[in-house]
Write a protein that binds this ligand. Sequence first.
Ligand SMILES: Nc1nc2c(ncn2[C@@H]2O[C@H](COP(=O)(O)OP(=O)(O)OP(=O)(O)O)[C@@H](O)[C@H]2O)c(=O)[nH]1
Ligand SMILES: [Mg+2]
Length: 302
Amino acid sequence: MRARELGRKSVVVGDRVSLVGDTSGAEGALARIVRIAERRSVLRRTADDDETTAEGRLERVVVANADQLVIVSALADPPPRTGFIDRCLVAAYDADVEPLLCLTKADLAGPEEVLGYYTELELPYVLNRPDSDLDALRALLSGKVSVLVGHSGVGKSTLVNRLVPDALRAVGVVSAIGRGRHTSTSAVALRLPPAPGVDSDPGWIIDTPGIRSFGLAHVSADSLLHGFPDLVEGTVECPPNCPHTPDEADCGLDAWVAAGKADPRRLASYRRLLASRAGEGDSRGDSDQRGPGEGDRRGPDE
Ligand SMILES: Nc1nc2c(ncn2[C@@H]2O[C@H](COP(=O)(O)OP(=O)(O)OP(=O)(O)O)[C@@H](O)[C@H]2O)c(=O)[nH]1
Ligand SMILES: [Mg+2]
């Protein structure tokens, strides 16, 4: 339990804490969390993108101290949404957490379209199907604390069960998008089992409930661009304080894309995020008041 002296400070999955009391873990044992160590990284999201609204200010810490954000996207059922992946990338760069794209259900559809969208980015990725071996993924998880995020039904818990055979995470059927039932309801950190014959630390994996959107009200307009490293160089010719919006005639990004240096869909995605932050629609009106780390019951929007 939390000690009273912690006040309203929240404890989230991934926190390193100091305990006093009976730390034996035996049945009936009681220990108190008396201190939360300084967090190395904090992955946050907000309920929507506009910081002038109550929803935009409702911030949820997804997880503390993660080294890697594993963006889990199914190739079908539910279909991939690059807008959502782009938001996760922004959040990862903002939190100084390395991104890894994990494409699941490769038995149902090919990855070409999603990967084609990210060709200009050196984004590490893994492909998964029910019969694929997980060696490549294990190698990328080794020695790190990795958190899985993605829409409901993309196969996060299925993956965790394969990586950690005694995890016994419940897996569900994919519900109609928008109906938004999700199977996992809280985030759980699990220690990965050591690989046979390998001495190094296998790392930790954190399963989280499905989310429908990744609100970015806490990320400044300037920092949004960090999630689009393929566009950054295209802004060097911009006038000072260029807002990079479509109505800014001198914005260098239009010429950058016209010259074939980046995918026009990436620029469109970046500008959608800018508009959303400015409260110009596209924000995800997910205004329910649930606590940190909990999933979104309604279905994915982006
Ligand atoms: N065909 C196929 N189905 C898969 C694959 N991975 C997972 N599934 C199925 O997808 C469904 C949803 O999987 P879950 O692991 O519960 O998804 P989740 O991401 O944990 O969902 P939430 O907990 O709701 O966020 C289950 O019926 C799985 O059997 C895959 O690689 N291929
Ligand atoms: Mg799950």
